[in-house]
Each structure stands twice: as structure tokens, then as C-alpha cells.
Design a protein around this ligand. Sequence first.
Ligand SMILES: [Zn+2]
Length: 365
Amino acid sequence: MKLVANLKLMPTPSQHAALLDTLATANRACTWLAGQAWDTQTFGQFALHTLAYHPCREQFLLAAQMVVRCIAKVADAYKLDTKTRRRFRRYAAQPYDDRIFRFRSATEVSLWSTAGRLAIPYQCGARQRALLVYRKGEVDLMYLKGVFYLAVVCDVLEPEELGLESILGVDFGIVNLAVDSDGTVYSGDVMEQKRQRFTTRRAGLPRHPTRAARRTLRQLAGKQARVQANTHHVLAKRLVDTAQRSAAGRALEDLTGIRTRVKARRQQRPRHAHWGFAQLRQFVTDKAARAGVPILLVDPRDTSQQCHHCGHGARAHRVAHERFSCHRCGYTTSADFNAAQNIKHRAAVNRHMVAQPRQLRLALA
Ligand SMILES: [Zn+2]
């Protein structure tokens, strides 16, 4: 399913002028190309390229790839019919491809212009941003009422109907970094050791830090963040790979508004905070989107309290020392594994909570 994310560009005044000139020049080139095509009745992209590529480059001083996009735009315009000669508005939308456009970062794009390459900040909402991981092919530069936008085409996968056997639930960080419902345990030991080492080193610094000590502190914090991000990348990749290999969906707890619901896990808060779960979940979601793995979000209430075996209610069970023990049926297992099973089963029951595609559909509704 094709959806379009619109990014609002925030150019400086000189960049604004450069973008206007670029659109005007590209559209003049397109109108000229449309004339060449009309005069010689050459409407195919390839034939038009052979005929007009070099003269067009020389006349309009456009980048090679910009001329290629202009030729494609003109050929496209004649696809509907070849009964009328095409003309293009001065500031009509202009397509860009990956050779003349790229995302520089999460907040900046790089675009070719008649004044050279421009790095321009952009704005978009969270839902539009979620769409961007599905980006396919070209983007269109548009000028609407004095504002520049990039229209980014995104090809979103439809979630398959998933049965229980094709859902993997993952629980993050009660005791381990992650535990999969297939039984795989991703230990948090290495990172916890590193975290404690950082904490110790930080505690060893003087109370009223000197400039040197403050610098050391900053370096430590930066290093810790990089170690954590790397660990999260590796873990997220493994979780997504496992799901992709078995054509399964990934079920996670829906932690939107977790602060109000986290009561049951109060004792775990310090570790949750340190692990930076938001980042881990973001990595899993992003990688899943790129790999075409559906993400299913489930209600996180009592996933660690409910007995997966008999379904016996919440908060009656002892969850301590990594073990879950059911008072009713006597089922005893690792607390994380019990939670991962609950997440998996909840996802199977509430399949309507399939995350990205539903969210994405709303994005343009
Ligand atoms: Zn039970």
C-alpha cells in the first residue's frame, strides 16, 4: 500500500531563493523537453533521452540526474495521451531521486539545487516520521502557498493474518535484557556490569568537580550512551531477524503512558530507567518496519503478574528472585518467560492492535 509522508522544509532565505530558482529552471527545462517531444513526436523516455539529454543539460545547466528526472517527468506526462503538447507550471512539483536527494539526519535533508547542494532542516509529525522507514524511491519537491514540502512515497506492508504460531512475544528487562517467548534469553549481564563500572567511576570523581573532572564526566556519559545504543542495536537486530526467519510478527508491550501503569513493577524502575527502553523499542520498531516484520502492541498491565499457564489473575502471585510461581496451579517458571508468553498470547487475541500499519493508515486519514 502506497502512502505519502509530507515533510515541511525550513530553508533559510537564501536556500528558499535557491529552491525557487531550481523549480523554475527544472520546469522550464521540462516545458522545453515537452516541446522537443511534441515537435518530433518522441514520447518514450528512452527515445527522448537520446534526443534531448545533452542539449537540455547545456541549455539549462542542470545536474545530470536532474535532467534524467525531467525527461522521466515529461515522458510520464505524455503517457496519459499524446494529443496535446504539455506545458509545466513555473513552480510545478519536481521529482528527486537518491542521487540528488538524501536524508542527512533525522532532522535534515540534502537536496541538489541550481546553487549547489543544500542541507535543509525539515519538520514532520511523529506519524509521518514513522512512515519514513518505508520510503521507496523518489521524493517530490513541492511549493505550496509560499512553503516548500517534500512528498515522500512510502510503501507500507499490509500485516498478514497472523496465527498464534506466527507471533513471538518479547519481554524486556525484568531480570534479563530480553526474553523471547521461544525461550531465548538475552542476558543483560554484560551491559549491567558496564553500567555499574560507569557508576563507580563517576562516584570516584570529586564532589565539586574541576573542569577536567567535568570533562571526564561528559566523556563517560557519552561512552555509556554509545555502549548502550550498540547493545540495543545488536539485540533489536536479533529479535527482528528471528521473527523474519520464521515469518512471524513481533509482540511488544504497548508502553504508551507507561508511567501511570507501571505500579506492579515499581521495584524495577531504576533498571528500566538505565536500560533506556524507549530506545530499544524504537530500534526494534524501525528494524521491523524495514524487514517487513509486523509489530503487535499489547496491553502491558500485569503481564508479569498473570499466570500464563492457567490464566489466574493478577497480583496474587509471587514474582521474586527471577521466578514466577502460581498460587492456583503451581506453575513455576522464569518471571521473564512467563511475561513473554503472556505478551505473545495477548497479541494473538488482540490482533486488531497490530501497530505500524494501522497507525500509518491513520497518518493520512
Ligand atoms: Zn497458574
